[in-house]
Design a protein around this ligand. Structure first.
Ligand code: CP
Length: 339
């Protein structure tokens, strides 16, 4: 595992192809452990992971907590509704309070892009060694979801040895509300680092033309791109044009809570143009898997029959894979970056 340099995990734009290989290899090892019986590994004994979720979550928070417990870490959950935020305590002071209680890893979700980065910079100025793990910040980034999607695809193409090479030359189509999707942004960095060709498909209101340049430069504040040869993103407006030749299709949740203008005529018309069904998927020309980060608007992004079809849908597999992938991240932060 040498070569791991990240104390914090904020954005997959900072990951090299070797970093992705390290996470996939470790996740595969954790994935192969029995899930019944003696399943707790002592790796993080005596360490404390605190989840600070300022936005709702089912999968991410629960699977981080399970992952930490399976590595024998102590787990503490912050619940904003019943916290001293209500008395005016700042977010930074809240985080410092948990660090004072001994937190080694803070897993942070917030509706504002940049909050985990600001927290990490603030904590780096203090005496304690603490890792910040971004569990989703606004429209910016959702690195553990990007990693579990990558792991799921790599295992689909190469079940015994999932690695970045399993993605090389594959065409992955991402459909839907790219504009509001931190998952799509994380997947763009992850898939392109592994040599996949990413095709984005959606209407102009949910997929502005500027996404064609998304991978052209690292985000502000990051010095250089650790991956030299990313294949540029391709934008396609119609599913009928995007699907032929695809190796996998990932569809995204319509994030109605982040839409402040009328970006869609109706959910029915969206489903007619961009919803996935068995019939639509047949346009790929071969049997391909479908992914969705969840939660799904059933019958909008995905027809119920396709979502429930274990031959085609990897949605539950994505959820299962979230645990070993998050175990891998926690293990690397605690053992390789010395927190
Ligand atoms: N995919 C995802 O982030 O799900 P939750 O919001 O349930 O954590």
């Amino acid at each position: 595992m040498s070569g791991w340099v990240h104390r914090h995990v904020i954005d997959l734009s900072a990951f090299s192809t070797d970093d992705f290989a390290t996470v996939l290899e470790l996740a595969q090892r954790f994935r192969s452990l029995p899930v019944v019986g003696a399943r707790r590994l002592p790796a993080l004994q005596g360490r404390l992971m605190t989840t600070l979720f300022f936005e709702a979550s089912t999968r991410t928070r629960s699977s981080f907590e399970l992952a930490a417990k399976r590595l024998s870490a102590d787990v503490q959950s912050f619940l904003p509704g019943s916290s001293s935020l209500a008395k005016g305590e700042s977010l930074l002071d809240t985080a410092r309070t948990y660090v004072a209680m001994g937190a080694n890893v803070l897993v942070v979700r917030h509706s504002c892009a940049g909050v985990p980065q600001i927290l990490a910079e603030h904590l780096d100025r203090g005496p304690e060694r603490v890792s910040v793990l971004n569990a989703g910040d606004g429209l910016h980034s959702h690195p553990s979801q990007g990693l579990l999607d990558l792991f799921t695809l790599a295992r689909h193409f190469q079940p015994d040895a999932p690695s970045p090479a399993a993605l090389r030359g594959r065409r992955i189509v991402i459909v839907g509300d790219v504009l509001h999707s931190r998952v799509a942004r994380s997947n763009l960095w992850a898939l392109s680092a592994c040599g996949a060709e990413v095709v984005l498909c959606g209407p102009p209101t949910l997929l502005p033309d500027c996404f064609a340049d998304f991978l052209a430069a690292p985000p502000p504040g990051q010095v250089g791109d650790p991956v030299p040869d990313r294949i540029p993103v391709r934008l396609v407006r119609r599913l009928e044009e995007a699907l032929p030749g695809a190796d996998a299709v990932m569809t995204l949740r319509l994030q109605k809570e982040r839409m402040h203008q009328h970006l869609l005529t109706s959910l029915e018309s969206y489903h007619r143009s961009y919803g996935l069904s068995h019939e639509r998927l047949a346009l790929c020309g071969r049997p391909v898997p479908v992914l969705h980060p969840g939660p799904v608007n059933r019958g909008v992004e995905l027809a119920g029959a396709l979502l429930d079809d274990p031959e085609r849908s990897l949605v539950e597999e994505q959820v299962r894979n979230g645990i070993p992938v998050r175990m891998a991240l926690l293990y690397l932060l605690a053992t390789e970056s010395g927190v």
